[in-house]
Design a protein around this ligand. Structure first.
Ligand code: MG
Length: 453
């Protein structure tokens, strides 16, 4: 049997891979799996194909007997918050391709707790899809459609309710926010205004052709923010990806803050603020997170790669968890909700600056710096290559080996992670050391082993 859901839901080029037919069949499968008579929320980002794909999804959910709430264009965490907050809403479907180029779109299933559906649920939906065992209900059981455009206000209120708004408002921030023509075009500027910030918004018109910049907030795509933040004398600049579950910052000196450094400084802050000791992050996260957490008296728990896996681990560990997140700017803050949330990251950064009385640049300077290289190799036989990589890494006699996801060799001055992709014929190699030269040399060594040289 084939697989439908990848790491990030069903995703592909609109009208080529992700056609309206496919969207309809996927939603019929989801609807059939849910039984009938449930309420399902549907939202989308700003992509050109968004309305076309969404219409097919709405149709499939109604035809399988569900009431559908269309909450319009909203960040993915906004939909997740809506599903979590409203008890009568059983699940959610998000139409988004996150950070992918404009021609892509995707369908993501959000489970009743507001987290991406677990793999077991996706497998059951896939089984229905491939058997085409859709349960089209009797004509008088077909579901209805309601619009609920106020969902984004509730989401902003949710974020505001878990930070010290008074402290932030008094600080009178100057902020540049680049929403990249994406789903946060209303939410993040409004959040910042509510926090009494002087806001300059960039690329804030919703436009799924992404004329301002590509939706992935890599350094290359958003480096212009460095000059803008310096020229405007702003406290920071922040950029989202297309569906705004991620936030990437530039400090007041115009320096790009990598996602692991953001997680590191927020971890330190939240541990000190709350006394909760645990920080959850995937094995692929940089050493700086562990350094920062240890310096604050906390402990890092590593998971496999994937934000829903981090979220579920955080729930399992419960009250002891301070914060969690990924190295790509995805921050999960338990008092709000258990998913990556770009707006939450902004509010929390503002609270951290207000309460510590330090500039973002000062907080960044307090962290040790490492050199990380992330690359991948195309391989035919993943298993064989992984064995070869493991033999090599074991031979290095590292301080510790972590085998939660691939194999990670941990040394005093850095680490090497070799990890097979779950969905593609690819092995990923991450290398981080406190010297750039050593990181480069090591990555070459590992790649030559994997290429069989
Ligand atoms: Mg995203």
């Amino acid at each position: 049997m084939g697989r439908l859901f990848g790491t990030n839901g069903v995703r592909g080029v609109a009208n080529e891979e992700l056609t309206p037919h496919l969207a309809l069949d996927v939603s019929l499968a989801i609807g059939t799996f849910l039984g009938k008579g449930k309420t399902v929320a549907v939202g989308s980002d700003t992509r050109v194909s968004g309305s076309a794909i969404k219409s097919a999804v709405l149709s499939g959910l109604m035809a399988t007997g569900h009431k559908v709430v269309d909450i319009g264009i909203i960040p993915t965490p906004g939909l997740q918050y809506f599903v979590k907050k409203h008890d009568e809403v059983f699940a959610g479907v998000m139409i988004t391709a996150s950070h992918n180029p404009p021609e892509y779109n995707g369908i993501k299933l959000i489970w009743t707790d507001g987290i991406e559906a677990p793999r077991e649920v996706e497998e059951k939906v896939e089984e229905i899809y491939f058997r085409r065992a859709f349960n089209l209900v009797h004509w008088n059981e077909i579901g209805s459609l309601v619009n609920y455009p106020e969902a984004y206000h509730e989401y902003i209120e949710g974020v505001l309710s878990v930070v010290d708004t008074q402290a932030i408002r008094e600080r009178e921030f100057h902020v540049i926010v680049d929403v990249g023509n994406g789903a946060a075009y209303k939410t993040s500027p409004e959040l910042l205004s509510r926090l009494n910030a002087n806001v300059i918004t960039l690329n804030a018109q919703p436009d799924g052709r992404f004329p301002g910049r590509m939706p992935e907030p890599t350094y290359e795509n958003i480096k212009y923010l460095s000059d803008i933040v310096k020229e405007m004398g702003a406290d920071f600049a922040v950029a989202h990806d297309g569906d705004a579950d991620r936030a990437i910052f530039f400090d007041d000196k115009g320096r790009f803050i990598g996602g692991e450094y953001l997680l590191a400084m927020l971890s330190k802050y939240v541990i000190k603020q709350t006394g909760k000791r645990i920080v959850v992050t995937p094995v692929s996260s940089g050493r700086v997170v562990e350094d920062a957490v240890k310096s604050a008296g906390g402990e890092v728990i590593y998971t496999k790669v994937g934000s829903p896996i981090v979220a579920r681990k955080m729930i399992e560990l419960g009250d002891k968890v301070a914060i969690g997140g990924e190295e790509n700017g995805g921050i999960i803050y338990p008092p709000h909700q258990y998913c990556r949330d770009g707006a939450m990251a902004i509010a929390l950064v503002m609270e951290m600056i207000s309460k510590t009385g330090k500039k973002l640049s000062q907080l960044y300077d307090e962290l040790p710096k490492y050199y990380i290289i992330k690359t991948k190799v195309h391989v035919e036989d993943k298993e064989k290559m992984m064995k070869r990589a493991e033999e090599f890494l074991r031979g290095l006699e590292a301080r510790e080996y972590i085998t939660i996801d691939g194999i990670k060799a941990v040394f005093d001055d850095g680490w090497i992670l070799v990890r097979p992709s779950g969905t593609e014929p690819i092995i990923r190699v991450f290398v981080e050391f406190n010297s750039e030269e050593k990181a480069k040399r090591t990555v070459e060594e590992v790649l030559s082993i994997l290429k069989g040289e």
